[in-house]
Design a protein around this ligand. Structure first.
Ligand SMILES: Cc1ncc(COP(=O)(O)O)c(C=O)c1O
Length: 400
């Protein structure tokens, strides 16, 4: 009898973490590597948030809390949803987990039965399909190409829904494309969902605060109040407040679902780190000016990267509405051979040759379910971005 669970055969390790690890190894071996693979802001957590954590430690707030979050943080989340999203939740409708990742995972574990389908617009964040598989469900990827700005159309959603569809996972702005749905675009999707009462929405709003130009963020339960009773609105402090390592994510949703998610957490990890919860209270209740400064920095970097990548031969890089990623198509590079002699048949070939020949680490599109493309995370300095994009231009110019 095999020792490892058969469930494990259904999933793969995170390819984005694999790229970051490979780049770190090359760096450790003395290579001049620029990593554009990481999915986290490069700035430090703001001082007021760090100070709140230190104060919590000094005040002895270091014990267990309620498994799915302490009342003070749940109240701060209730206030945040009302203030920023026009959504009214009670504290009994809030769950706090160890990162947004645990929240999404708990929700899928709490609801999926064998054969249940989950619609995932592609390109998608790498963890969605594997989490669905771990929870025993069936991911249904719907390819949303560059021609629709990587956004799912109402017709595509309608065509993907079956009687077995349990969830749509909605992520705007998106990892990996940065695409953000306008209110009208989102309304097109929620209108479809209103016709299919068996389908719930898991809205992953992790990049809510990273939006550019005059883009206005909206979330499904806000755009269509008729969906409030079957929407889980997920968010977290990781990306907005540069708190990836603190591991706090949260969601608001129907009480029965929130209770079921809490049951799973109470029998697995129990409460997220108490000190991090106090830090998250300060992040949500404290001064918010940090967010605008962040946005300005990321917008400047986005513009730099989009301009430089579009100047690379065979590369077509749309301008995203948010997050800190771009997702250029490399259709014009496929079938060529690099200056170092590598045949570029796939986007994986492209990213491997790019790393080996220029030291620039990006994540290939196949990892996110839409090829041929690659993802650049521009959460690094302007100088590094300029150097990396110059190397990409040189690499592409060398393709014959
Ligand atoms: C779209 C999306 N959702 C959720 C997460 C998970 O965030 P956390 O670090 O809070 O678990 C990430 C992190 O990369 C993400 O990109």
């Amino acid at each position: 009898m095999p020792f490892l669970s058969a469930t494990l055969d259904r999933v793969k390790p995170s390819p984005t973490i694999a790229v970051t690890t490979l780049a770190q190894e090359l760096k450790a071996a003395g290579r001049d590597v620029i990593g554009l693979g990481a999915g986290e802001p490069d700035f430090d957590t703001p001082d007021n948030i760090k100070a709140a954590a230190v104060a919590a430690i000094e005040a002895g707030k270091t014990k267990y809390t309620a498994p799915d979050g302490m009342p003070e943080l749940k109240q701060a989340i209730v206030t945040k949803f009302a203030r920023e999203n026009g959504l009214s939740y009670s504290t009994g409708q809030i769950s706090v987990g160890t990162g947004g990742k645990q929240i999404l995972y708990n929700a899928l574990m709490a609801t999926l039965n064998p054969g249940d389908e989950v619609i995932i617009p592609a390109p998608y964040w790498v963890s969605y399909p594997d989490m669905v598989l771990l929870a025993g469900g069936e991911p249904v990827a719907v390819e949303c190409g560059i021609e629709t700005g990587f956004k799912m159309t109402p017709d595509q959603l309608e065509a993907a829904i079956t009687p077995r569809t349990k969830w749509l996972i909605f992520n705007s702005p998106s990892n990996p494309t940065g695409a953000g749905y306008t209110r009208d675009e989102l309304k097109g999707l929620t209108d479809v969902l209103m016709r299919h009462p068996q389908v719930w929405v898991m809205s992953d709003d992790m990049y809510e605060h990273l939006v550019f130009d005059d883009f206005t963020f909206t979330t499904p339960a806000q755009v269509e109040p008729g969906l409030y009773d079957r929407t889980l609105t997920c968010n977290g402090v990781s990306k907005a407040y540069a708190m990836t390592g603190w591991r706090i994510g949260y969601a608001g949703g129907p009480e029965a679902l929130i209770k079921a998610m809490g049951k799973i957490q109470s029998q697995s990890t129990s409460n997220p780190c108490t000190i991090s919860q106090w830090a998250a209270v300060e992040a949500l209740n404290g001064p918010q000016d940090f967010l605008a400064e962040n946005r300005a920095t990321f917008q400047r970097r986005r513009d730099l990267v989009v301009r430089m990548l579009n100047a690379a031969e065979g590369v077509d890089c749309p301008t995203p509405e948010g997050a800190f990623y771009v997702y250029p198509s490399i259709a014009g590079c496929i079938g060529k051979t690099s200056a170092g002699g590598a045949k570029i048949e796939t986007d994986e070939d492209f990213s491997r040759a790019l790393l080996e020949e220029t030291g620039v680490a990006v994540v290939f599109g196949a990892a996110f379910g839409l090829s041929p493309a690659f993802r650049v995370s521009y959460a690094t300095s302007d100088a590094q971005l300029t150097e990396a994009c110059t190397r990409i231009q040189r690499f592409c110019a060398g393709l014959k």
